[in-house]
Design a protein around this ligand. Structure first.
Ligand code: NAP
Length: 359
């Protein structure tokens, strides 16, 4: 397993600290590790620096690297709470945003932290004179909400021009939160001219986690695979996926390549749960109850709540392809994508190992 982010000849600037918000997260963990391995000083903004379970893997990465880690207490909903962490930083990488699917109050639990948090971090960037670039972790979810968005696209291909027009507080609120947050980021960026905004818009991120107890919704599918929950079949809903190490690389390229600008769709390939399950058969077919066949649409819609997916989402997305044009990420950022099978095998392998009793 690759335990490093392959930075190639990326010109990582180690002369000023780099702020990473949401540093405890799955995606941020690999960004922080990439920076530390390159010898940078990372200002890691986390909600609770004293929560050792959440920061242990970051401290371990710092110990094993030439870089330096400093933890700061910051909350998306507390205005000004990123100011101290941002001091002297030329680069801000804003990843913090809740990625959870099941919420009680979508406005309070998703939209407020995503949008208010983006405003909070980016307004502080405007106040702190050292900041020259802000990289925002947006998402393919800010580009497409469901298959209806894709149907109206030229050639039905998602590109950096595409915006999600279908999500709302009541339909796919996570995607709605990401759309509103990215739109807000562009508005704030355009109102000033010192720092440049660059966004990274990944598909569903897969691959191993540095934190042994990940909270990201990314792990829902891998857990389904490892638990045998989908052994009788699963709905074939197109998933655009990408390895977490490529996502980390894309953030660092967006941060340090002088010419990087605009949005970047970061996707390795389109697959679905059944396809991923079949591809895991050689490694795990004998031990795990993997999904091997597609559930017909009417049954999938009826069973949607069992697999924790909204019925409307299943109804509107089964049977549609999702094609992404990733030319810009490859050419402008230099992303080289590994196959999804490798990422998924490592992700599932990690979950299986964490449940295997140790002698
Ligand atoms: P994650 O592991 O759950 O990370 C989310 C991070 O946001 C955590 O560090 C969390 O801090 C922080 N956060 C949440 N609410 C906060 C608040 N009120 N104040 C401060 N920090 C807060 O999920 P992830 O998958 O790494 O997601 C990271 C980013 O990538 C998000 O912007 C997400 O939208 C984006 N993204 C993810 C995927 C994917 O498939 N994973 C795909 C596209 C985009 P705590 O640890 O304290 O909760």
């Amino acid at each position: 397993m690759d335990t490093r982010v392959d930075l190639g000849d990326l010109p990582v600037d180690t002369s000023a600290p780099v702020l990473v918000t949401g540093a405890t997260g799955y995606v941020a963990g690999w960004i922080v590790k990439g920076l530390l391995d390159a010898g940078a000083t990372v200002h890691a903004a986390v909600r609770d620096p004293g929560n050792t379970d959440k920061v242990r893997h970051l401290l371990a990465a710092a110990d094993a690297s030439p870089g330096t880690l400093r933890l700061f207490a910051s909350d998306l909903l507390q205005d000004g709470s990123y100011r101290e962490a941002m001091q002297d930083c030329r680069t801000v990488i804003h990843t913090a945003s809740p990625f959870i699917r099941t919420v009680r109050d979508p406005q309070r639990d998703l939209v407020d932290p995503a949008v208010h948090g983006t405003r909070n971090v980016l307004n502080t960037a405007t106040e702190v004179a050292s900041v020259e670039r802000v990289v925002l972790t947006s998402s393919i979810a800010a580009m497409v909400g469901d298959a209806q968005d894709v149907q109206r696209l030229p050639g039905r291909i998602v590109t950096e021009e595409t915006w999600n027009t279908t999500s709302s507080l009541t339909h796919e609120p996570y995607s709605y939160s990401k759309t509103l947050a990215e739109r807000e980021a562009w508005t704030i960026a355009q109102a000033q001219d010192r720092w440049r905004l660059v966004t990274v818009n990944p598909g569903l991120v897969i691959g191993p986690s540095l934190n042994p107890d990940p909270t990201s919704e990314s792990f829902a599918i891998a857990r389904q695979m490892a638990s045998g929950e989908a052994r009788f079949g699963a709905p074939r809903i197109a998933l655009a996926v990408v390895d977490v190490r490529e996502v980390a690389y894309a953030h660092l390229a967006a941060a340090f390549l002088p010419e990087a600008k605009g949005r970047h769709l970061v996707v390795a390939e389109t697959t679905d749960i059944v396809d991923l399950g079949r591809r895991l058969l050689p490694a795990y077919g004998a031990t795990l109850g993997l999904p091997r066949r597609a559930v017909p649409k009417p049954l999938a819609v009826a069973l949607a709540p069992v697999i924790k997916l909204p019925r409307a989402y299943v109804r509107r997305n089964i049977g549609f392809d999702l094609r992404s044009d990733t030319t810009k990420s490859r050419r402008a950022l230099g992303v080289r994508y590994r196959p999804a099978q490798q990422s998924m095998e490592e992700m599932v392998g990690q979950l299986v190992a964490s449940k295997t009793p140790k002698n």
